[in-house]
Design a protein around this ligand. Structure first.
Ligand code: C2O
Ligand code: CU
Length: 660
């Protein structure tokens, strides 16, 4: 069973245990002395089952269970044992036929166990990993408060009503005042500890984490504003000049459907930028009328930091009427894309994106005869592939070498199937794989932001590119003589997914990932956290939201290792700017295929990924979930080279940009 399924099962069992303890409390309060033992037995059983699911999860990693092991289960265990000890004798006596009165203590104990079970689950959902002392104190005091309130309600029916017109006997009076005393002091203790816990949880976090490495700057006072790209091409290269104007536009798709878009030069996707290795790319970004402002981020392209297009970190967002020039040398060959990085959860979705393809210098690789760049984007539920919705046909002569460059510009993964021909997955995220074998009848899981280059020789029959198993849409490559393009494509939904960690052949890598200088762990979850100064039900990293997540500090030349753990039930496409990372393992299983260098990897529910890279591109780099709404909801932090500073404030740059 996958860790994700165990997480889900654990939630279900936790819910059942809450229900069972409440039911036991209610049954006893209603003096259903026959029913109560059965319900109590169920509660105990379900609680033991819960211990089982937590033990299973613990086997998958401490991150998945920390708050359950340290708080949830001990709290429930203590309350549950107390409840059994108090209710048990009472129920036994009743079972033997003796007439028994109400057992206030037993009822309160059963409800307290229910509160403890509930509190444990609430902590899991609202706080998660890591558990803090503040959270533990607040939780325990809330459960105690629940117990006190319950005691009051159960013990004193009608006490405060006017029906009591007879003066109580002296011993009753003493009992009442004792009870009041307990209630008041208990209440005071609960309020004080809860307050202390809240105070604890507002202690400011460290602004920097060093991942076990030193904190000293490797160089002093380098500003990202000075980390700009080259201003001339490599010898033999040319300058590729483009102007991209961001504007609101109504775009008409081939089906006739109109999209209310934000577009570069009025097109979605924006202009397809191409270059040859060594060329100088120079792009002038103009903002016509996007009120929020725009930038250009070169996704997956390891440009100098000052060209990275992150507002508040590497530049200011470009307001309407203004412009900004990006300049960098096309030193990386492959399939990339660009998009706005300002309010990108809106801007990219509305269309501010386009492709960037860099070809090798002539003679280094035979040009494919059919070479299609295919950004896949969803506009209001309609999948658009390279500016076309519905089914698209493209001619391809039999025998022609074909390259399809798929780019996922959405925030969710896409499933890609190529039907009708064997093919190779030649490149992932722009980087060539080592000896990619021929495959067929497989599904490809393309993460948000990711790119796959599919290559094959055109057969003499049609080939279908199917996205998300929608056989009616997608792309058809058709040899001129084949009239059958429109005909049947078999159901693709059952095809197995190609595992990239076992695809291709291993090869040497340029550093020893086992000897990392720094190691950072990022536990992804949902929880209550501050996001941009406001409390929110956030997408969190180690329990915090942007910009309150500590910067990861590295030094030039470090080998950096990252562990990314997904505790949540959603997929998180993890993306680091400025570097590609080498995949080491997933869920503890090492990568055994081709070295896999990516800029975005999908961490699915319950998964744990290990990746590594060498820090050779100084700057301040965003490190975030590429489900862009998630990033906006807090799942974003910065990787910062020691000694690098930014002069730009703003949504991504707030907080500390200095070393301790
Ligand atoms: Cu493609 Cu920070 O993003
Ligand atoms: Cu995410």
């Amino acid at each position: 069973m996958s860790t994700g399924s165990w997480i889900l099962l654990d939630h279900v069992v936790a819910l059942l245990s809450i229900a069972a303890w409440f039911a036991a409390g209610v049954a006893l309060a209603l003096r259903r002395t026959r029913l109560t033992p059965a319900v109590l037995g169920t509660a105990v059983l379900v609680t033991l089952l819960r211990v089982g699911t937590v033990v299973m999860l613990a086997g998958r990693g401490w991150w998945f269970v920390q708050e359950k092991v340290l708080l949830g289960l001990p709290m429930l265990g203590a309350a549950g044992v107390g409840a059994v000890l108090l209710a048990g004798p009472h129920l036994l006596a009743a079972g033997r036929g003796r007439t028994v009165g109400r057992s206030v203590r037993a009822v309160v104990a059963l409800f307290t166990a229910a509160y403890a079970a509930l509190a444990g689950l609430v902590v899991t959902f609202l706080v998660g990993y890591p558990l803090t002392a503040g959270t533990a104190v607040i939780t325990v005091s809330l459960v105690c408060a629940g117990a006190l309130l319950t005691a009051r309600v159960v013990a004193a029916p009608g006490e405060s009503t006017a029906e009591v017109d007879v003066a109580p006997a002296p011993e009753d009076r003493r009992a009442i005042s004792r009870r009041r005393f307990i209630a008041w002091t208990g209440g005071a203790v609960v309020v004080t500890t809860a307050g202390a816990g809240t105070g604890l949880s507002f202690l400011p976090a460290e602004s920097v984490t060093r991942g076990g490495g030193p904190g000293r700057p490797s160089r002093a006072g380098l500003s990202v504003a000075d980390l700009r790209g080259a201003d001339a091409p490599a010898p033999g290269g040319t300058v590729r000049r483009h102007v991209l104007t961001a504007q609101q536009a109504t775009v008409r798709l081939p089906s006739g459907r109109e999209v209310d878009a934000w577009a570069f030069n009025g097109e979605v996707a924006g202009p397809a930028l191409t270059a040859t290795e060594g060329d100088l790319v120079e792009v002038r970004l103009r903002n016509a009328d996007i009120e929020d402002g725009v930038t250009l981020h070169w996704h997956g392209y390891d440009v100098p930091c000052g060209e990275d297009g992150v507002p508040g970190v590497t530049q200011r967002a470009v307001p309407p009427g203004a412009d900004f020039v990006y300049r960098f040398r096309a030193d990386q060959v492959g399939t990339y894309w660009y998009h706005t990085h300002h309010a990108s959860h809106i801007g990219v979705r509305k269309g501010l994106y386009g492709s960037l393809v860099v070809s090798p210098r002539a003679g280094q690789r035979a040009d494919e005869q059919v070479d299609l760049t295919l950004p896949v984007h969803t506009f209001d539920g309609t999948v658009v592939i390279a500016a076309r919705d519905g089914r698209t046909e493209h001619p391809a002569p039999p025998g022609a070498p074909v390259r399809l460059r798929l780019i996922n510009t959405d925030s969710d993964p896409h499933r890609i199937v190529l039907a009708g021909t064997p093919f190779r997955l030649a490149a992932v995220d722009g980087r060539d794989l080592n000896q990619p074998g021929e495959v067929r009848d497989v599904g490809l899981h393309l993460p948000a932001g990711g790119r796959y280059d599919l290559v094959f020789r055109m057969p003499d029959r049609s080939v279908a590119l199917v996205v998300d198993d929608d056989r009616a849409g997608g792309l058809r490559l058709r040899p001129p003589a084949d009239a059958s393009a429109a005909t049947h494509v078999a159901d693709t939904s059952g095809l197995p997914e190609l595992d990239l960690l076992r695809y291709g052949a291993p090869a040497a890598v340029p550093f020893d990932p086992g000897r990392a200088d720094r190691h950072f762990t990022m536990v992804l979850d949902r929880g209550i956290a501050m996001v941009n100064g406001r409390p929110a039900y956030a997408q969190t990293v180690n329990g915090r939201g942007h910009p309150g997540i500590p910067d990861q500090l590295v030094a030039d030349g470090d080998v950096v290792r990252m562990t990314v753990v997904n505790r949540s039930l959603e997929t998180h496409p993890w993306h680091l700017h400025g570097h590609s990372v080498l995949i080491l393992s997933r869920d503890g299983t090492p990568s055994t295929g081709s070295p896999l260098w990516v800029d975005t990897f999908d961490v699915r529910p319950g998964e744990t990924w290990e990746v590594a890279f060498r820090a050779t591109n100084p700057g301040i780099w965003m490190n975030h979930c590429h489900n862009l709404p998630h990033a906006e909801q807090g799942m974003m932090l910065r990787l910062r080279y020691a000694g690098v500073t930014t002069p730009f404030g703003g949504p991504h740059g707030e907080g500390t940009a200095h070393d301790h």
